[in-house]
Design a protein around this ligand. Structure first.
Ligand SMILES: NCc1[nH]cc(CCC(=O)O)c1CC(=O)O
Length: 307
């Protein structure tokens, strides 16, 4: 029997989403046995520092790519939003399965609604994008950095260190926690999600046809197209992961749309662009072109100069 080794980060969420994906793969490839291999990444080891300050893209994927390269694993399951928009040579994204909920979820002690949070409340996030949008919506609350796996962050909120936190809906849903724990979901029109939030990506060694065939059984064309548009936009705008940037693509009446967001860290400057095109890469570039035309690149240059 063919044995395929599947690499995963070792956080609870990473292991859960990898197991769920393996279940789908097993159903469709009954002659293949899948085994998980846990890999500790730099992003998992550095837990006391704000991620955007650690620097370096792909904090959660480098060690996993090493394991792919040396044959320790045959495929790796990533949260697509943690995967840099350009893969290093020798690797390819072989499958993007159907997307989970792309929205951000708001969690608060006693389930106080976001708009009812008292002035001075402390909201925890580790994302520049979430922080900028929070500050724009509520300039009377304090945003503090929180790191750690999602269960750690939830515990920190429940212990009173934070009044509320924001997490990706997808992670909570995959863990089966969303029903009890979420206060509300932000509308993606008003609170723009991260590029590729809620999607997974399966990475393999470039040209590995056997893995490609196995993975073709779980690939989702719509998710692949929408996240391609988002990632094309990201690739043009931000190579550093230090810019508050968001975006989501969707089909509306059969037409592909992409909404892109660039903000400054303080949440006082905001560029929002929505466009439609047939080709996802073209669409990502179209939104990026418009961003540059209206001056969003100046925010990015300013951020890159100051670091
Ligand atoms: N930045 C960390 C990260 N990477 C992927 C997810 C889970 C959700 C997803 O798959 O988009 C999370 C946690 C979060 O943002 O709450």
């Amino acid at each position: 029997m063919k044995i395929v080794k599947v690499g995963t980060r070792r956080s609870g969420l990473a292991k859960t989403q990898t197991m769920q994906l393996i279940n789908e793969l097993e159903k469709r490839n009954p002659d293949v046995k899948f085994e998980t291999v846990e890999i500790v990444t730099k992003g998992d080891q550095i837990v006391n520092v704000q991620l955007s300050k650690v620097g370096g893209k792909g904090l959660f994927v480098k060690e996993i790519e090493e394991a792919l390269k040396n044959g320790e694993i045959d495929m790796a399951v990533h949260s697509l939003k943690d995967v840099p928009s350009e893969l290093p040579p020798g690797f390819e994204l072989a499958a993007v399965p159907v997307r989970e909920d792309m929205r951000d979820a708001f969690l608060s002690n006693n389930k106080v609604a976001f708009k009812d949070l008292p002035s001075g409340s402390i909201v925890g996030t580790s994302s520049l994008r979430r922080s900028a949008q929070l500050k724009e919506l509520r300039d009377d609350i304090t945003v503090n950095w929180v790191r750690g796996n999602i269960d750690t962050r939830i515990k920190k909120m429940e212990s009173g260190e934070y009044d509320a936190i924001i997490l990706a809906a997808a992670g909570l849903k995959r863990m089966g926690w969303s029903d009890t724990i979420v206060t509300e979901y932000f509308d993606p029109v008003e609170f723009i999600p991260a590029i590729a939030q809620g999607a997974l990506g399966v990475e393999i060694r470039e040209g590995d046809i056997e893995m490609r065939n196995i993975l073709s059984t779980i690939h989702d064309d719509e998710t692949s197209t929408t996240t391609s548009a988002e990632r094309a936009f990201l690739k043009r705008m931000d190579g550093s992961c230090q810019v508050p940037i968001g975006g989501y693509a969707e089909y509306v009446d059969g037409e592909l749309y992409l909404t892109g967001l660039i903000m400054n860290e303080e949440g006082t400057e905001k560029f929002l662009v929505r466009k439609s095109a047939d080709d996802p890469i073209e669409l990502g570039n179209l939104v990026a072109d418009e961003m540059e035309k209206i001056g969003a690149k100046e925010i990015i240059d300013r951020i890159n100069e100051n670091k």
